[in-house]
Design a binder for this molecule. Structure first.
Ligand code: ASP
Ligand code: MG
Length: 423
């Protein structure tokens, strides 16, 4: 049997009827039986589902947002399918199940678990539409529920993979199907040992593709994006960018760690361990070379700019005229761990610990609540963290202009700047 290839299509590549037609075009030239097609929710569906959940949590009316969600998906299908196609009853069924889930009593306590059960509908619906549309186009593909494959713990919203089970599931459920036809499945979602739906963290579909690639010992994994490949900066934020035709796993992993959103940070490791190349290619220009990430053991020295938005800088100051000691750091980190808050930058001075992290609605409040009695706490919101890898002097200076700078750190190879654009 030929080796498997895994293709991952993100939200932007399935965001409307034209995008789906383009996806079918890409696959028409490349579709062989041994291909797994991993899809995300369509367009901004995950954000919309999150908005609905948050409205519900605050006991606000979400019916308008829900109606938008429904008409968005039905609208796409009306453009793509004949009136009497079965996709419409499939959709109706999906939305009935979603409405049932939305009836549940939602609180801060069960938020994560309910979140996974509801947000996963984005991927379930999208994968059904993609599967039916490909079949309609004469590209016969099978559908696979990712929850039968991706086995996780019950760390809702940030579920960890049970690799052994997942590997077995791939052999059991995917392999036999792939011997006959290509298979469409969902990114981002999995199930715990009780069969409850879990999710792998926002933008986790890339990771799903890597997991499946690794478990099937695929010959490659390809992520189809709206950019030409991996660039040295986000083209939406920087006017001049350079494409990396190839990158070593390590350099790519480091970029994702600092926040390069082109690939999910967890994607590289399983592929690097198995020596499976990862291609990042443009769905707008599918024949262009894109980027190949594999073991080349050399670093490309071009200055690389990575921005993490929506950052909070918080400082914990000791109040009793002592200095910062290990115990203070331990206390802060213990709470961060409990609340699943990840630190992107850390600075310790004589009397305070400063942390930069992603803004996370109520877990941040909880952190402040729990540590208020120990420290004097101050924070700034709405910041961005810029990391420059292999920086050049001029490039650093130019990144300071027009910004208020809150924190700066540098090593030989990396400069990090926490900043906010001046009003
Ligand atoms: N739909 C999910 C999200 O937007 C997963 C993904 O797109 O990779 O976070
Ligand atoms: Mg997405």
């Amino acid at each position: 049997m030929t080796k498997t290839n895994v293709f991952k299509f993100g939200g932007a590549s399935v965001k409307d009827a034209d995008a789906l037609k383009n996806l079918a075009k890409i696959l028409r030239n490349r579709l062989r039986k041994n291909i797994v097609i991993v899809v995300s929710a369509m367009g901004k569906t995950t954000n919309l589902l999150e908005t609905i959940l948050n409205l519900k949590l605050e006991k606000n009316d979400f019916s308008l947002k829900y109606a938008n969600l429904k008409s968005y998906h039905f609208g796409i299908c009306q453009e793509l399918f004949p009136e009497n196609h079965r996709i419409f009853s499939v959709l109706e069924n999906q939305f009935i199940s979603l409405e049932k889930k939305l009836e549940v009593e939602l609180s801060k306590e069960n938020y994560d678990e309910v979140y996974d059960g509801i947000v996963s509908f984005g991927e379930l619906i999208s994968s059904k539409i993609v599967m039916e549309f490909l079949c309609l186009e004469g590209l016969v593909v099978l559908w696979q529920d990712a929850r039968e494959i991706i086995s996780t713990n019950y760390d809702y919203r940030f579920a960890k993979i049970n690799w052994e089970k997942t590997r077995k599931n791939c052999q059991l459920h995917l392999k036999p199907k792939l011997e006959k036809f290509p298979v469409v499945t969902q990114g981002f979602i999995g199930a715990d040992q009780f069969g409850k739906t879990t999710t792998l963290g926002r933008e986790g579909s890339d990771f799903t593709a890597a997991i499946i690639g690794s478990c099937l010992n695929a010959s490659s994994v390809t992520i189809w994006k709206d950019v030409p490949g991996v660039l040295n900066a986000d083209p939406k934020r920087f006017s001049e960018t350079v494409l990396f035709p190839e990158l070593d796993y390590k350099q790519a992993a480091e970029m994702t760690y600092y926040g390069a959103s082109v690939i999910h940070p967890k994607t590289i490791k399983p592929l690097a361990n198995a020596g499976i190349p990862l291609y990042v290619k443009s769905f707008l220009s599918p024949d262009s070379i894109g980027t190949k990430i594999h073991a080349i053991e050399t670093f490309n020295p071009i200055s690389t700019f990575v921005i993490k938005e929506n950052q909070v800088l918080v400082s914990f100051k000791v109040t009793d005229f002592t200095f910062i000691e290990e115990i203070h750091i331990h206390k802060v980190y213990e709470e961060l761990r409990r609340l699943k808050l990840r630190v992107n930058m850390l600075q310790i001075s004589a009397i305070s610990i400063s942390l930069v992290m992603d803004s996370q609605p109520f877990n941040f409040e909880k952190l402040l609540e729990r540590l208020r009695s120990e420290f004097e706490i101050r924070y700034n919101e709405g910041l961005e963290l810029l990391t420059i890898m292999h920086p050049e002097k001029e490039s650093i200076v130019s990144q300071l202009e027009g910004f208020d700078i809150f924190l700066e750190q540098s090593t030989r190879n990396t400069v990090q700047i926490v900043r906010r654009r001046k009003a």
